[in-house]
Design a protein around this ligand. Structure first.
Ligand SMILES: [Zn+2]
Length: 408
């Protein structure tokens, strides 16, 4: 049958935060879990063996990028994303919606949106210099690679994601920003709900058409920005939605979230969603965000940040973040982080990494990425253990107290 499911485990006293296991055709994911980002079917600078070595249980790739290059039909021919990139474990793809709608707008996939310079609904409205134009049917956009015009609709996104073959896919949704008005957010939610219906219908057809392939789960994406009534309604509507006898297998929590409201918003959504389906939160990576989101009921996370900042010499440790390319580390013959169990810390020193970054050697990115990915995966794993052991609050207070004690 579907070969997909979620088994909840230990639950926090608030009834929202929990551990669990997501079952996929390519293996189980113990949650909460941090999912490594491999945007273009590679976690930048590291071998798939190293991604497994840091303890990552799954990889998330990007439908928009793979559609443009090398083409989702080619990935399909290769046997799907996992086979193509030599990653035998579970895989996710996002719908491409975020990427196409943020083209030319200048907002990034991080919690604290930089809204400076953006003005109200114009940011995703039609305009001469916009690379993306949203209408009720879908999104027309210009390729960032060669300027060609393309069009994504719910049906196109579902076909691309079926061709990419990931275990977990996301419904095509409209991504709004914090700068959109309340009226626009309401209209946008109606559009996202209508697209969710079309995604489920297309998913149903494609699943039947490709019955020889492993089952691919589809997650609906809850939008609604910072408005409690909109978030709750969106979550309820998606949870109840049924097309051709098929419902969403899980849910993504997307869109504009301000850091200080993160836990509150995830909590609203989690209260409305069925307890026995997994919830993915898009784009967080800071330790305080993990604790807040997990306490509020999020199960899986993805973010490019640990590997992106690694390539700029920023190193995460239990005592906060530092830059290994500063002069202080030139003769520092100690690991990136004392006590870290990663491959880089077992074999190399800060002084060596400092040298590699100064000399602009490619190995710098590889070694720093291994450490930061391990740091992030281990943190989320330790949070999971603290829930199982009934000491989540103590672990959070001790961890965050130390991490933010001294900022470098
Ligand atoms: Zn390390």
């Amino acid at each position: 049958m579907t070969d997909f499911g979620f088994t909840p485990g230990a639950v926090l006293p608030n009834g929202l935060g929990r551990t669990g296991v997501i079952h996929t055709p390519h293996g189980d994911i113990r949650t909460p879990a941090f999912i490594a980002v491999g945007t273009k079917a590679t976690v930048k600078a590291v071998l798939p063996e190293s991604v497994a070595g840091v303890g990552a249980q799954a990889v998330l790739a990007n439908a928009y990028h793979l559609y443009l290059q090398p083409g989702s039909d080619l990935v399909d021919e290769a046997g799907g994303l996992g086979a193509f990139m030599n990653w035998p474990g579970p895989t996710f793809t996002d719908s491409g919606g975020f990427q196409v709608m943020s083209l030319g707008v200048g907002f990034k996939k991080v919690l604290a949106m930089d809204t400076a310079g953006l003005a109200d609904d114009d940011v995703i409205a039609p305009g001469k210099n916009r690379l993306a134009h949203v209408d009720d049917e879908g999104v027309t956009f210009t390729s960032h690679l060669n300027g060609d015009q393309h069009r994504f609709t719910p049906e196109v996104s579902m076909r691309i994601q079926h061709q990419l073959g990931a275990d977990i896919m996301f419904a095509f949704d409209e991504c709004t920003t914090l700068m959109n008005t309340r009226v626009y957010q309401e209209r946008s939610l109606e559009r996202t709900q209508a697209w969710a219906v079309r995604c489920l219908a297309a998913h149903s057809e494609l699943t039947a058409e490709r019955a020889d392939k492993p089952y691919q789960a589809l997650f609906g994406v809850v939008q609604g920005a910072q408005y409690e009534d909109l978030r709750r309604k969106a979550a309820r509507d998606l949870a109840e939605l049924e097309v051709d006898g098929r419902r969403f297998d899980g849910f993504g929590i997307g869109g504009a979230l301000e850091k200080e409201n993160l836990g509150t918003i995830v909590g609203w959504v989690a209260e409305e969603l069925p307890f026995d389906k997994p919830r993915h939160l898009l784009g967080i990576s800071e330790p305080d965000d993990f604790f807040a989101a997990i306490a509020a009921g999020a199960d899986t996370f993805d973010c490019v940040m640990p590997s992106r900042v690694a390539r700029n010499a920023a190193i995460y440790t239990a005592d906060g973040r530092y830059n290994v390319n500063t002069a202080a580390h030139r003769r520092s013959f100690v690991p990136l982080e004392e006590g870290c169990d990663c491959y880089t810390c077992a074999h190399y020193t800060r002084a060596y990494l400092h040298h590699l970054f100064k000399a602009k050697e490619m190995l710098a990115a590889t070694l720093a990425t291994i450490h930061n990915e391990r740091f992030t995966v281990r943190l989320v794993d330790n949070i999971r253990a603290s829930i199982e052991d009934g000491r989540f609050d103590e672990f959070r207070d001790a961890y965050l107290g130390r991490f933010y004690a001294r900022r470098r």
